[in-house]
Write a protein that binds this ligand. Structure first.
Ligand SMILES: [Fe+2]
Ligand SMILES: [Fe+2]
Length: 247
C-alpha cells in the first residue's frame, strides 16, 4: 500500500491546448500515454494517487468529461485537488463533483482524506508571479506592487481554506499530516510564507506542490528538507510522468 502524487496533467482530449510549451516540448509528446503506462506499472488498486491540480484544459465539465474519464481509468484510488486551470471545478460546488464521480474520484476541497494514520489535507494555494522588472543582467529590481497586493488577498483566502482542512482532520483526532498545494508554497521573492508557516504549525511531514513547469520554473520554490519538513515538486513534466512515491 503506497501513496503517490503528481500534478499538471493538462489533459485536452476535448479542448484546445493553450500552452505553447505543451505544443512543442518533447516531454509533452503523447504524455497521456506515457503517464498511463507508468501508472499501470507502478500503482496497484491498494495504492492512492493524489493529483494536485491542472487536470484539464477544458473550460467546463462537458469539455473535461473525457479527461476525467481517463483519470477514472488509472489504477488505484484517485484524489484530486484544484489547480488554477481547472475551470470545471467551482470550489463551492465540490460536493456535486463528488456525487457525480463517486466512487471513482474524490475531489478534495475544504475537507481532508484519510491515508493510513495520516490526514491528507490541502488546497489550491496561490503565489505572486509578477510582473517582475529586471535589469539588463536579468536580475529582479522591482515588481508590480498592485499585483502583489492582489496576490496577498488570494493567498489569505487560500490559507483560510487550508486551515479548515487541517482543523477538520485535527478535530477527528489526526496528528500526522501530508499537505498538498497546487501552487508552490513560496514565491520567488520569499524564503518562507503563510503556507510554510502553516505546515510547521500543524507539523505536516511533507508538503507536495506542482504548477512549476518548464525547466526554467522547476526551482522557483523549496525542494527537499526545509525547517523540519520535506518539500516535493511533483509537476508532471518535472517527474517525467512518473508519479512520486510519498509514503
Ligand atoms: Fe500547470
Ligand atoms: Fe498551475
Amino acid at each position: 500500500m503506497s501513496l503517490y502524487a503528481i500534478g499538471d496533467l493538462h489533459l485536452h482530449y476535448q479542448s484546445e491546448l493553450k500552452a505553447p510549451g505543451q505544443l512543442h516540448g518533447r516531454v509533452w509528446k503523447n504524455h497521456e500515454e506515457k503517464f498511463r503506462k507508468n501508472c499501470e506499472k507502478l500503482i496497484t488498486d491498494e495504492d492512492t494517487l493524489v493529483l494536485v491540480g491542472d487536470h484539464s484544459w477544458g473550460r467546463n465539465l462537458g469539455e473535461c468529461e473525457t479527461d476525467l474519464q481517463y483519470i477514472c481509468g488509472l489504477p488505484g484510488r484517485k484524489i484530486l485537488t484544484r489547480g488554477n486551470h481547472d475551470m470545471f471545478w467551482d470550489a463551492k460546488k465540490t460536493g456535486q463533483l463528488n456525487e457525480l464521480y463517486r466512487p471513482h474520484l474524490t475531489f478534495l476541497q475544504d475537507s481532508y482524506e484519510v491515508y493510513q494514520d495520516y490526514a491528507l489535507v490541502g488546497t489550491k494555494g496561490f503565489t505572486f508571479e509578477g510582473p517582475f522588472y529586471l535589469d539588463r543582467r536579468g536580475r529582479i529590481i522591482g515588481w508590480d506592487e498592485q499585483a502583489q497586493l492582489h496576490a496577498k488577498k488570494l493567498v489569505e483566502r487560500e490559507l483560510v481554506r487550508l486551515r479548515k482542512s487541517f482543523e477538520l482532520a485535527k478535530a477527528d483526532g489526526f496528528n500526522r499530516f501530508i499537505m498538498f498545494l497546487h501552487y508552490p508554497p513560496t514565491d520567488i521573492l520569499e524564503k518562507r510564507s503563510g503556507f510554510t508557516d502553516m505546515a510547521e504549525e500543524y507539523g505536516a511531514e511533507q508538503v507536495i506542490y506542482a504548477h512549476c513547469h518548464g525547466e526554467s520554473r522547476f526551482y522557483d520554490s523549496i525542494h527537499g528538507e526545509y525547517r523540519g519538513r520535506t518539500y516535493h515538486l511533483v509537476s508532471g513534466d518535472f517527474l517525467r510522468w512518473n508519479p512520486l512515491k510519498i509514503l
